[in-house]
Write a protein that binds this ligand. Structure first.
Ligand SMILES: [Zn+2]
Ligand SMILES: [Zn+2]
Length: 248
């Protein structure tokens, strides 16, 4: 550990980004990294052991929609019979516990600085999966300008910036949200799809066959990712994958 880092740790002791408990960075780094350590290099500087262990790093998820599967290779009950415009989807974890709390602080309580650590964790998840290795650039899901004015920032764009930096890939904010959509809460899958129709526009065409990674904070029904992917494909994208922090 460098002297600068040691001094920083003394005055600003690192805390878990999920539960805010003090981290025992030195012990975690020196000791057994455990299952979580193998999953995400650097997790010990971001998460306490309990929160790291609580993330379902090794639980099987559907490769198409990131829904949790009952067993590896089990059929996905969520997207059976559904045709998505995106090819693959991954999620850091489920929308619950510490991840949900951190996401709320990031999205609703102005803690923009969480983009870095959350992006680091999402990057570790993406980079472990070869199916994302051909991605050429990242596209964040946009907010409508009224929502952007209220919140002051687009959490998906901040996250895409952090993940893009780690991956060494550019971020292109090519999608615009042109329709102010009503809240998706309480709507069923079909209503969510209808609500999102015509919500996005793409302000740039892509070279044919471009491979994009769409970034958002949460995926619930998949309606947002679906509509955004359709628009990106119309603009020339060959392949769209999706990465989110949390899967509901
Ligand atoms: Zn914690
Ligand atoms: Zn699925």
């Amino acid at each position: 550990m460098s002297i600068v880092r040691a001094l920083l740790n003394l005055f600003y002791p690192p805390r878990c980004i999920f539960c805010d408990s003090l981290l025992d960075v030195e012990n975690a780094a020196a000791g057994d990294a455990g299952r979580a350590g193998k999953a995400a290099a650097g997790w010990e500087e971001l998460l306490c052991r309990r929160c790291a262990a609580g993330l379902p790093w090794f639980q099987s998820r559907c490769p198409r929609c990131a829904h949790l599967l009952e067993a590896k290779d089990a059929a996905c009950s969520f997207c059976r019979g559904v045709k998505y415009a995106f090819e693959a989807c991954t999620a850091l974890g489920s929308y619950q516990g510490g991840l949900r709390k951190a996401l709320h602080r990031f999205k609703y309580y102005g803690q923009k600085s969480l983009a870095g650590p959350l992006g680091t964790l999402l990057h570790s998840k993406i980079s472990r999966q070869p199916r994302f290795s051909a991605v050429q650039f990242l596209v964040p899901v946009p907010l409508h300008r009224q929502r952007l004015a209220q919140r002051g920032y687009n959490q998906a764009a901040l996250l895409a910036g952090a993940v893009g930096k780690k991956l060494g890939l550019p971020v292109r904010e090519v999608l615009k949200r042109v329709k102010e959509t009503q809240s998706q809460t309480g709507l069923n899958k079909k209503q969510r799809r209808e609500n999102l129709q015509g919500a996005f526009r793409c302000c740039r065409a892509f070279p044919p066959g471009s491979r994009l990674l769409l970034i958002d904070d949460v995926l619930t029904s998949g309606a947002t990712a679906q509509e955004a992917s359709l628009i990106l494909k119309k603009a020339g994208a060959g392949e769209v994958s999706v990465a989110v922090l949390a899967r509901v």
